[in-house]
Ligand binder design. Structure first.
Ligand SMILES: [Fe+2]
Length: 352
């Protein structure tokens, strides 16, 4: 029966004993088998490698001097073959330097010759204790990962509820805005795919495009619903909506990454846009994408003062303003993306 080593989880049961002295292998393997362990022996590195390659062991006692082979080098090799395998180094050289080196290179314990049965049993108890701790650590990490995943799921749910509530609030303020923002979001995602953006950027872009005009909530109904020409003062109020959008979303930490996209969605590539007159690539990429998607949807939508245009007319207008109003690369990506989308959906239009 196996010796009571004081631990209940992941206990050592299969042992590999590697030493080039038969006077060690024979008595100690017998002693360990007598305690209930399954023991295999190897008198050189080659035999040890063959055994680890064909059987599973929990613990290997390795002699530091195996002829020409260093036990520490053999440990590195065997560890690469089986990462679950634990090691204890046996040596006739009881120097502190070798002990430290053995532990640094991954051994759990270090025993000096001449060997005593008690030393081996104590070492096995210690390895069991370390395995128990590792097991507890693994279980703790796994529980924490599950909790983090659960909380992340909850946060995502809350985030999308807030997004939806804000989008509905926009619609209450200005009928048709929600539909416009959904389409801008859809076109932005199409451009993001054509640009091969990373998943996180695509998600941010989707949200930023959905909320790009959220600042219009802060504009008076009189200005928003005015049919005639806006005065210069009213124009200034309208032009303030990107800043207002940031003021509305700013306190919500989760929206932090999309605030620059919202603030700059009316900048122009040539630097004549607002609110800061940024130009070229100093305009955030997400803003440059939303600008193209926003304009495309506006051209396609019917307005009190003009009829809706076709997809081809909208594309032609985007292309003719590439380099002045829009980033030419984003326009190209939109054209690529819309061509691919039309092919996929049989020319049924780009709208979601
Ligand atoms: Fe806007």
């Amino acid at each position: 029966m196996r010796a009571d080593t004081g631990c209940s989880v992941a206990e050592v049961s299969r042992i590999l004993l590697v030493d080039n002295e038969e006077s060690i292998l024979r008595p100690f393997s017998l002693m360990l088998r007598g305690l209930g362990f399954a023991v295999e022996t190897a008198s050189d590195a080659e035999a040890a490698i063959t055994l680890v390659g064909s059987s599973r062991f929990d613990l290997a006692f390795l002699d530091h001097h195996l002829g020409d082979v260093c036990g520490l080098d053999l440990m590195s090799l065997l560890s690469g073959m089986d990462q679950e395998l634990n090691f204890v180094i046996i040596t006739g050289d009881g120097s502190t330097g070798l002990a430290v080196e053995s532990l640094k290179r991954g051994a759990l314990d270090f025993i000096c010759k001449p060997l005593h049965a008690d030393d081996l049993v104590k070492s096995i108890k210690y390895v069991n204790h370390r395995r128990e701790l590792d097991d507890q650590k693994r279980r703790l990490v796994s529980t924490l990962e599950a909790r983090i995943e659960e909380k992340t799921g909850e946060l995502r749910g809350i985030y999308f509820s807030v997004l939806s509530a804000l989008a509905q609030a926009m619609e209450k303020k200005d009928t048709g805005t929600y539909g416009h923002c959904r389409r801008v979001s859809h076109y932005s995602v199409l451009i993001a795919a054509a640009l091969d953006l990373e998943e996180k950027q695509r998600e941010d872009l989707k949200s930023a495009a959905l909320l790009h005009d959220i600042g219009k909530i802060g504009i008076s109904d009189f200005v928003l619903e005015k049919r005639g020409r806006l005065t210069e003062e009213e124009m200034q109020v309208v032009r303030h909506h990107p800043v207002k959008g940031v003021e509305i979303l700013g306190p919500i930490k989760h929206f932090e990454s999309i605030l620059p996209a919202i603030l700059h969605h009316h900048e122009r590539y040539d630097g004549t846009g607002y609110p800061h007159g940024l130009s070229g690539e100093s305009i955030p990429l997400m803003s440059r994408v939303i600008s193209v998607a926003d304009t495309y949807d506006s051209i396609l939508s019917m307005r009190p003062y003009r009829m809706a245009s076709s997809h081809e007319q909208a594309i032609s207008e985007l292309v003719s303003n590439a380099g002045s109003q829009f980033d030419p690369e984003i326009v190209k990506a939109f054209v690529r993306g819309s061509d691919k989308y039309s092919r996929l959906f049989g020319g049924a239009g780009l709208a979601p």
